[in-house]
Ligand binder design. Structure first.
Ligand SMILES: [Cu+2]
Length: 396
């Protein structure tokens, strides 16, 4: 009895201490930091439309299937233990075949696998296929807009759902989505679409038309229940190359003179405790609301580049380039880790992506170019060089 009380007390103390620690850790997490929350049992918040789809696949299909199978097997076990133990059933029946049972336990799993396979192939395709949405803007006063429908034949805009028509307020950037009542479309499937508005674009606004078939995000369940918050994802505007090595990542930006930096694990004493093994010495910086093409390879052994919040996980293989993409509108810092066991320090090669506004991104790119002895690309770079000559240089 004493021993039991002792163990219970020890356990309670441990749990209480752990809860206090968790609270302390939680209090230091700042806004926009995508980190695992202690004691949380749900997935980390989805920050991209494809992650939203992956999460709803998990929550609506995978989780119920797993819980159902686990409970069913548990029930069978309990039944067998109670009903067929030696006391309850002293004379066991001897038989070896039952065709009906075999048909059932082959047929039902096949059925379950098909239910899982259909939506997961769809998701794999979306993750693999580079989005190709086209964004075109038109001046105030426009009544009829010509939208080029020059996609490959299988990707052509052929229905209402492949278009998003909205008005953008020039002063504050507010976006008003137009509904099908506000405009007519002619030429679905042709080389050019003519979009005729019921009212011309008002002064101080611009017309924005996004066309394409890469529509992703929260969709109604079975096309019936819930809101449709999906959107057409535009084609990539920035390319990043991530090269894994033992033990870190080298990033380069081929669009901007191929400047390059290394991102290693941030030393333990340089970051808050909850960011240790997540934070790196240099963040990958990308603009919000733009599609980023990621190509990845490795220098020594196979690594994998992964950010859970973007639902991205892709192998980095020596001698080979793998390609994927991500898109998020939420500014903040997102963390991931090498996700292919690659050696003794596999757990010490984190990945951090900082999503900032377009303006901040351009300032950062210019600073990187200056640090690498290259010409800055964007305007405002001269002031930047004067204002911040001692900015921390990239680790090379
Ligand atoms: Cu690795």
């Amino acid at each position: 009895m004493k021993a039991i009380i002792g163990i219970a007390t020890a356990l309670f103390t441990l749990i209480a201490a752990d809860a206090a620690l968790a609270q302390e850790a939680a209090s230091t997490i700042s806004a926009g930091e995508d980190v695992p929350i202690d004691k949380a049992i749900t997935l980390r918040e989805a920050a991209s439309p494809i992650a939203v789809e992956v999460h709803s696949f998990h929550n609506a299909i995978l989780l119920p299937v797993m819980v159902g199978i686990s409970l069913f097997v548990l029930g069978l076990l309990v039944w067998v233990v109670l009903r067929y133990n030696r006391k309850a059933n002293p004379n066991a029946k001897q038989f070896s075949h039952n065709t009906l049972v075999e048909v059932i336990w082959t047929g039902i799993p096949i059925f379950i696998l098909i239910i899982i396979a259909v939506p997961s192939f769809d998701l794999l395709y979306l993750q693999d296929k580079m989005p190709d949405g086209q964004v075109n803007e038109y001046e105030a006063g426009t009544r009829a807009a010509a939208f080029p429908n020059d996609f490959a034949p299988s990707r052509k805009v052929t229905k209402e759902r492949h278009l998003e028509v909205s008005l953008v307020d020039q002063a504050n950037g507010a976006v008003t989505t137009l509904t099908a009542d506000d405009y007519d479309v002619e030429g679905f499937g042709d080389e050019e679409l003519i979009i005729t508005l019921a009212n011309p674009v008002p002064d101080g606004s611009r017309l924005r038309i996004i066309g394409g078939r890469s529509r992703m995000g929260q969709k109604p369940v079975l096309g019936l229940f819930g809101k449709d918050e999906s959107q057409i994802i535009p084609e990539p505007t920035v390319t990043i190359k991530a090269t894994g090595f033992q033990w870190g990542w080298t990033y380069s930006y081929p669009d901007f003179n191929d400047f390059e930096f290394d991102a290693l694990i941030a030393p333990r004493d340089s970051v808050p405790s909850h960011l240790y093994r997540l934070a790196t010495t240099n963040d990958v910086v990308v603009p919000a609301g733009e599609t980023i093409r990621l190509v990845t390879t490795a220098r020594d052994v196979i690594h994998a580049w992964a950010i859970p919040a973007f639902a991205v996980k892709i192998d980095s293989i020596p001698g080979r380039l793998n390609e994927t993409w991500f898109y998020t509108e939420k500014e903040g810092t997102y963390y991931g880790q090498c996700s292919e066991i690659c050696g003794i320090d596999h757990a010490f090669m984190p990945i951090s992506v900082k999503v900032v506004s377009r303006e901040e991104f351009e300032v950062w790119v210019d600073q990187q170019l200056i640090d690498n002895g290259l010409e800055p690309t964007f305007s405002g770079a001269d002031q930047l060089a004067e204002a911040a000559p001692a900015a921390p240089a990239a680790v090379n």
